[in-house]
Design a protein around this ligand. Structure first.
Ligand code: ADP
Ligand code: ADP
Length: 225
């Protein structure tokens, strides 16, 4: 079963703006895919359909075979891990530990099992040393890594990142690339950073005017662009 299957997805906002015109895509388990495209192409609208912030006007979205619709929302939200562009939209607790524990605790996890989840997620992003620190004492790059950990702690089927390299200095950029490369999870990253896409994603999708205009090897797509 693929991690993500979108078919015939069309969507118009309430004011009538048609943002998606029939998007089809399949992302297999373990793939790392970049979602590229100009401003206004529909990237944000597509991402908002992946975890049900918006639901399909026409067409369908399946995550690990599960249809994204009102009665599956709880299951979908744990399977689709969204990492926002601004980590400060995701971190709001007094300590890193509490931020990373928040999601799994919400699922009912407690005690040693919860502690293992939190440590494992922080370890995967190289932030275990910061477990007892307040997030606002960390650098921006470190906060972004903790934001990734809050999502990994849910053990998602697919990790969706919005502009993961934005506002990072070169060192933080390299560190995050290394982390993302080594995660054994399906990744979809929305980005304008073509070198980052090239470095991290074998495959890219180009969304343009609400349709997938190209889908293939990043190297080949960027050579054409
Ligand atoms: P991208 O993320 O690729 O920049 P968006 O998904 O944000 O593209 O936007 C796709 C289209 O939908 C654009 O024409 C945009 O102006 C429009 N749009 C986005 N959000 C809304 C909204 N809340 N109401 C009306 N139109 C919107
Ligand atoms: P991104 O930088 O992620 O592509 P955008 O700049 O396209 O995001 O949009 C930022 C916010 O503005 C989003 O919440 C989007 O829904 C909203 N938005 C974009 N276009 C419109 C529009 N035409 N009408 C209303 N809201 C819009």
């Amino acid at each position: 079963v693929p991690s993500l299957e979108v078919s015939g997805l069309a969507y118009a906002y309430p004011d009538g703006t048609q943002a998606l015109f029939g998007v089809d895509l399949v992302i297999g388990r373990g793939e790392r895919v970049a979602l590229l495209g100009p401003n206004g192409a529909g990237k944000t609208t597509l991402v908002m359909h992946l975890n049900g912030i918006l639901t399909a006007g026409h067409g369908s979205v399946r995550v690990a075979g599960l249809d994204v619709r009102a009665d599956t929302m709880k299951e979908i939200r744990r399977r689709v891990g969204l990492v926002f562009q601004d980590p400060d939209d995701q971190l709001f607790m007094p300590t890193v530990r509490e931020d990373v524990a928040f999601g799994p605790a919400n699922l009912g996890m407690r005690g040693a099992e919860l502690d293992r989840r939190v440590r494992d997620a922080l370890d995967r992003v190289g932030m275990l040393d910061a477990i007892d620190r307040p997030p606002h004492h960390l650098s921006f790059g470190q906060r972004r890594r903790v934001a990734v950990a809050t999502v990994l702690a849910m053990e998602p089927e697919i990790l969706v990142l919005d502009e993961p390299s934005s506002n990072l200095d070169p060192a933080a950029r390299r560190e995050l690339a290394e982390i993302l490369r080594n995660l054994d999870v399906t990744v979809l990253m929305v980005t304008h950073d073509l070198p980052y896409a090239l470095e991290l994603c074998e495959r890219s999708l180009i969304l343009s005017g609400g349709v997938i205009a190209a889908d293939g090897a990043t190297r080949a797509l960027l050579a054409d662009a």
